[in-house]
Design a protein around this ligand. Structure first.
Ligand SMILES: [Zn+2]
Length: 391
């Protein structure tokens, strides 16, 4: 057992969860994060609200809450809302048992300064000192990360299957975004601009996009594009359960309603989804040809469609990517569906604390604190893979 592992067990970060007989020599010890000893907090900034969570290191949610944001908030209003959310989340918790606060924001960040630099969807939030403000207020380390990258980190740290050294995470919802993990670490790019999958052009003569480009994938592969296709196909020629599910008001279309129609085997919804998967599959096939990832995880609000979306999407990808790029690739839906969105922000604390030099930093911090008192909350979620073995 290495020094680091022994020390992490001593500090209450890791615990033994079993052993594995490899057939030769003594059995290897299976390790996972200790449950209920230490905690991480996460705050995810969305356009209209902040989602917040406190979880133990294994990802079991201890507290969850949210606060609403005023319309078109400025940076100060977001910081004030984040402080009041963290007060709710951390109330009564021993701060010595909290490793830090992760903050996920849409748009661009300066990680080392903890600054939220800019966001097209929230234009009054520029150069917001998110992490320093929360760190000063609560006396805890705080870290900021782009929201899509934070979601990719949640797959790595908290999803039931999380063997993701090499991952293309694709978020499909109101927009389309991506994050890339290479050797387990975020690949941010030379100017922090990697992952703009929604703005690769799939139609040079297509509609002008707000990014300045033309024919961007996002205009054809967001949830709004899917709703447009469904509405167009509801012309009365094919029988559908959708008008009844929507009380005749097609403007009430949502991902949940599309899911209900798909579950009922609705032909309009099924055909709409097939049509929707053509541009989406094209964009993903392009990305696969370029990056050749071992795993692709689909997250965002459309992940709620589960296998209904996955099946036609895989058909399109296989038809368009090179056979070598699709060979053996694992394409799946997010393992975080149904869990608080702010788990993504909490995963940022894991990434900083337990990767590379972060482990040493985390150990130094823990060795001065008493963190062995246990009050384990009930475990949640499915069976998890142990995070490693120690001989
Ligand atoms: Zn664009």
């Amino acid at each position: 057992m290495s020094f680091h592992v022994a020390e992490l067990i001593r500090c209450g970060v890791l615990e033994e969860v079993g052993s594995k007989n490899s057939g030769m020599g003594r059995p290897a010890v299976l390790l996972d994060f200790a449950s209920g000893t230490l905690f991480v907090a996460g705050v995810l900034v969305e356009i209209h609200r902040l989602d917040g969570v406190v979880a133990d290191l294994r990802g079991s949610v201890v507290r969850w809450d949210e606060v609403k944001l005023p319309p078109d908030p400025d940076g100060e209003q977001v910081v004030a809302a984040a402080k009041s959310l963290c007060r709710l989340l951390l109330k009564g918790l021993d701060a010595r048992r909290v490793l830090g606060i992760g903050i996920g924001v849409p748009g661009f960040v300066d990680r080392s300064a903890g600054r939220w630099e800019e966001c097209g969807l929230m234009p009054r939030c520029r150069d917001v000192e998110m992490a320093p403000a929360l760190s000063r207020c609560f006396g805890l380390p705080a870290f900021v990360e782009n929201d899509t990258r934070a979601r990719a980190l949640a797959e790595k740290w908290f999803a039931p299957e999380r063997d993701f050294d090499d991952l293309l995470f694709v978020e499909i919802g109101e927009g389309v975004g991506a994050a890339l993990l290479v050797n387990g670490r975020i690949r941010a790019g030379a100017t922090d601009a990697a992952g703009e999958l929604g703005h690769i052009s799939i139609d040079p003569n297509g509609k002008r996009c707000y990014c300045g480009g033309r024919g961007c994938l996002e205009s054809q592969a967001s949830c709004y594009a899917l709703f447009d296709i469904v509405r167009r196909r509801l012309d009365g020629r094919v029988k559908s359960v959708l008008p009844r599910l929507l009380d005749g008001d097609l403007e009430k279309l949502s991902v949940e309603v599309v899911r209900q129609a798909l579950d009922a085997g609705d032909k309009v919804a099924l055909e709409a989804l097939k049509e929707f998967c053509v541009p989406l599959g094209t964009g993903l096939a392009n990305a696969m040809n370029l990056l050749n990832p071992g795993h692709i995880v689909i997250g965002g609000s459309l992940a709620l469609l589960g296998d209904h979306l996955l099946r036609p999407l895989i058909v399109e990808i296989r038809a368009r990517a090179t056979s070598r790029a699709v060979r053996g690739v694992d394409i799946r839906m997010s393992g975080m569906v149904g869990r608080p969105a702010a788990m993504s922000a909490a995963a940022v604390v894991h990434e900083v604390s337990f990767t590379g030099r972060g482990i040493a930093h985390s150990l130094a911090q823990r060795s001065t604190q008493t963190a062995r008192r246990r009050s384990a909350p009930p475990a949640e979620g499915g069976r998890r893979r142990p995070i490693g073995v120690a001989g």
